[in-house]
Design a protein around this ligand. Structure first.
Ligand SMILES: *Cc1c(COP(=O)(O)O)cnc(C)c1O
Length: 422
């Protein structure tokens, strides 16, 4: 591990040595008011645009102009099987087998589709357990599924909470809930990496715990996909969902991802909401047959997907493939370690890093809880061209993305923070 130093010179030296540094030039950076690149540390909210994305989308626009409907089969990348181009690359990033992964819909839609199949409440076993401070959309989705089954959130929703006065959830507390109420719980749905604290959970241990009590387990990888290696297949999770516009840089509102473990690939007893794109590929266009799902995650598809959005995902995943995901994770650890070092070096007791300091319990994001500092600090950072994000009541989230951020970004961010803390 590198011995970090608090100097611009050190940051520049690290960037000069970084084998992944060239990928920074593959992205457009928004400009600050002096026409320089912003210090963009907000890839946890919306990743930057890869320069090659236009070319990938243009290819499809050209083929649509040239072929019309025949583009479904004649386009350079035929549209009917377009999503299959993404599968292998995506499967590597989430640690899954290709047949376990499909890009389709958007995150919350996929979450509902997965709960239709994997939340099967009975009179005795009907509760859903989520982590406290789950992302609002996840909570709304879970609560509405409970209500859909005639169960009120008051009786059906259980929260895994941090101990009083602490920020992070402890596995022991989850164990305790499961020991006490496991026979009542039908589903656990946990964010692999919490959007607020940046805490990554021990996914495999959570799945083992759940499965010992016949609880289905699913993960929301919105802040995990492209950020940590979740090793989905090995965790044994029943399902997972994610979006592609955060760390996966595929553009605002782009299509999301879904994982279904291979043990469910041919389970025709699982109820599901179906559509023609999930039907057997050979007979899909015969049109008059009973639903015959494609084995694996693809069988959960509903509609023919938006090709322009898949093209953006294709552009982005090609960059991940060229860089190598393992190398990106290594850089990410070093880069976020540097951010942590610089913030600690401020020795300012108004700042508390609430994200775990252990590399295995976090991705690239650090969340800073500020005490006795107003939100104007955050506004001043923006005026300096430093883009982070603010979460009420008093947290700044900073996420150096290893594909396009560098040590100099991190150094300058902390300089700006120091200046405005006064
Ligand atoms: C970003 C995010 C979402 C967003 O859901 P969409 O359906 O893509 O709008 C949902 N859940 C979590 C945990 C998120 O971080």
């Amino acid at each position: 591990m590198t011995q970090y130093k608090n100097s611009l010179e050190f940051a520049k030296e690290q960037d000069a040595k970084d084998p992944l540094a060239k990928f920074r030039d593959e992205f457009y950076f928004p400009q600050n008011n002096q026409n320089q690149n912003q210090i963009y540390l907000c890839g946890n909210s919306l990743g930057l645009q890869p320069k090659r994305t236009q070319e990938y989308i243009n290819q499809e626009l050209k083929d649509w102009a040239k072929y019309g409907v025949e583009g479904h089969t004649l386009a350079k990348n035929p549209w009917v099987p377009y999503h299959e181009i993404l599968t292998n690359k995506m499967a590597k990033i989430v640690g899954a087998k290709p047949k376990e992964v499909v890009m389709m819909n958007t995150l919350t839609v996929n979450l509902h589709l997965m709960m239709v199949s994997f939340y099967r409440p009975t009179d005795r076993k009907f509760k859903i357990l989520i982590e406290k401070d789950a992302f609002p959309s996840d909570r709304y989705a879970v609560e509405s599924q409970l209500r859909f089954h005639g169960i009120s959130p008051e009786e059906g929703l259980l929260l895994w909470e941090p101990p009083e006065g602490e920020e992070l959830c402890r596995f022991e507390d989850l164990q305790k809930i499961i020991e006490e109420q496991g026979n009542r719980i039908a589903l656990m749905m946990i964010g692999s990496t919490n959007y607020y604290t940046g805490q990554s959970f021990p996914l495999k241990k959570i799945v083992q715990l759940g499965h010992q009590h016949e609880i289905n387990v699913g993960f929301d990888l919105a802040h995990g996909a492209g950020n940590i290696q979740p090793n989905l297949h090995k965790t044994g999770a029943d399902f997972a969902v994610w979006c592609s516009y955060k760390y996966l840089n595929s553009g605002p509102g782009s299509v999301g991802g879904c994982f279904v473990h291979e043990r469910h690939e041919n389970d025709l007893k699982l109820p599901r909401f179906a559509g023609w794109w999930g039907h057997d590929k050979e007979s899909r266009f015969n049109m008059r047959q009973d639903f015959d799902p494609i084995p694996g995650a693809e069988g959960w598809q509903l509609s023919n997907p938006p090709i322009l959005s898949l093209a953006a995902i294709n552009a982005s995943l090609s960059l991940f493939e060229e860089a190598g995901f393992d190398k990106l994770i290594q850089k990410s650890k070093n880069l976020t370690g540097y951010l942590e070092f610089l913030i600690k070096d401020l020795q300012d007791n108004r700042i508390q890093i609430i994200t775990p300091s252990n590399f295995d319990e976090r991705g690239c994001q650090l969340s800073l809880k500020l005490t006795g500092v107003s939100k104007s600090l955050f506004d001043n950072l923006i005026k300096d061209g430093v883009i982070t994000d603010w979460r009420e009541p008093n947290v700044i989230r900073i996420a150096p993305a290893p594909l396009y951020n560098n040590y100099e970004d991190v150094f300058k961010m902390v300089q700006s923070l120091k200046k405005h803390l006064g």
